[in-house]
Design a protein around this ligand. Structure first.
Ligand code: IDP
Ligand code: MG
Length: 139
């Protein structure tokens, strides 16, 4: 069943490059409500666990190193069709393939440092949201 929620992280490059305010504006302009948000930094263990599905990929080590390199904003977002609509809003993984008007087209540095995460299914949105937030932090 579709849950109308998704999970995002504004990644270390977006924070470092000062794009957080503009990205949050794009997210809320697109009709997403912020249900939870925190400024935090992933430990190596957390990043490894979060990206465990990519453990066998050649870029896994680089990905974990990058995602722990600085603070991130983690958030739970709500909207009808949240997962699909948010993937559309962020654009393709590689910003050189991302459509005009997407967050990654506007703000991603590279395929690795691509500004923002978006859950790829309702099931993962729930798992990822619970990974970062307790019930009392979700509004
Ligand atoms: P997604 O974030 O668009 O869902 P995934 O394939 O799930 O893309 O990859 C997770 C993250 O791993 C990407 O957002 C990006 O930061 C990083 N990544 C993916 N492919 C590559 C690559 O070929 N080289 C380096 N980093 C990559
Ligand atoms: Mg993915």
């Amino acid at each position: 069943m579709a849950t109308n929620k998704t999970f995002t992280m504004l990644k270390p490059d977006a924070v470092e490059n000062g794009h957080v305010g503009n990205i949050i504006q794009m997210i809320t302009d697109a009709g997403f409500k912020i249900k939870a948000m925190k400024y935090t930094r992933l430990s190596e263990d957390q990043a490894k666990k979060f990206y465990d599905v990519h453990a066998e990929r050649p870029f896994y080590g680089e990905l974990v190193e990058y995602m722990t390199s600085g603070p991130i904003f983690a958030a739970i977002l709500e909207k009808e069709n949240a997962v699909t609509d948010f993937r559309t809003l962020i654009g393709a993984t590689d910003p050189s393939d991302a459509e005009e008007g997407t967050i990654r087209k506007a703000y991603a540095e590279s395929k690795a440092k691509n500004a923002v995460h978006g859950s790829d299914s309702d099931e993962n949105a729930q798992i990822e949201g619970e990974f970062h937030f307790s019930a009392s932090e979700i509004f």
